[in-house]
Design a protein around this ligand. Sequence first.
Ligand code: F6P
Length: 372
Amino acid sequence: MSARLSNKIERIAICTGGGDAPGLNAVIRAVVLAAQRRKWECYGIRDGFNGLLLPERYRGNGLIRLDNEAVRGITHLGGTILGTTNRNNPLHFPITDKDGNVSEVDRSDELVHAFQLHQLDALISVGGDGSLAIANVLAQKGLRVIGVPKTIDNDLDRTVATFGFDTAVSFATEALDRLHTTAESHNRIMVVEVMGRYAGWIALHAGVAGTADVILIPEIPFDLNKVVEKINEREANERKFTIVVVAEGAKPIDGDISLLGTEIGHAERLGGIGAKVAVELAQMTNKDTRVVVLGHLLRGGSPTPHDRLLSLRFGAAAVRALAEGQSGIMVALDPPTVNYVPLEEATSRMKNVPLDCDTMLTAREVGICFGD
Ligand code: F6P
């Protein structure tokens, strides 16, 4: 199915999908204000695409009219005023039959039809790899779509950074600062688990900035014997405590990623690697060991000034892109500017930590152990 692309833009929609990230509200505000300047009406879709695919769940029709008043005073607020979800992917929408069996259907054509029904001329989709892959399919079906890269994990390709990452790194670094004093007072090993499903950006940046001794990331399967060597080396130098940062997606050389569970229609839930590492290190070293899971604390709270500015820049650039007649692209940070890159390219692979990047080299120069 191919949608009719009206040449003129009069009404646009914005949606936020996937896990939330600090800065979503700042993007929404910039989009709405920049759209108003062009005399475009702006509508927010509730909870990802649920507002259009499950309108019966909402009072009205699952769309919220966004004007100046609706976005007043939200730049500094975490979360998203539209709501979000990492369920109900329109390309693999879960349906349950009368016997309770769940299967998946592709509802993307219905979604395109809903845009036509509501006379929405364009979509600004703010999301991570999953949401932007959906945006790409919608663009291929003829919708005018611009993507905005969001994720605290910073694992989206073709942009130097996603918004939300800086806030997560700042919070994790502060947590490491706090844990240092208590770890040192008790001569303990402190294991800190941070988010990062497939990429270790948060662990690496917070770990280096927060002077961790060990950083375990998904890109480098780890050997705890190497970690114990590092702990023993510190002990020999009268450093009786050790800080270990582990990304949730890190795995041992001879093992698998640690899962909390799998649910139909939902990505695998990662977690628990911090506790496993802590138990093993305690056994291997006989040292008092504690684990802290930062988890969703990394996604909450107020965006840092860096993330607010990036979010506002992305939102404004997305509206400029529409005004220039663009579609099927993602706005991307390419310092000193914000560029446009094809959604197809941005979603075709993950941005992992390059093992030879400057931050990795720095970490190794200052003696941080990666368990390899
Ligand atoms: O994609 C961001 C992320 O924070 C991942 O690091 C994490 O695995 C996931 O979201 C958890 O999401 P939720 O608990 O909302 O399903």
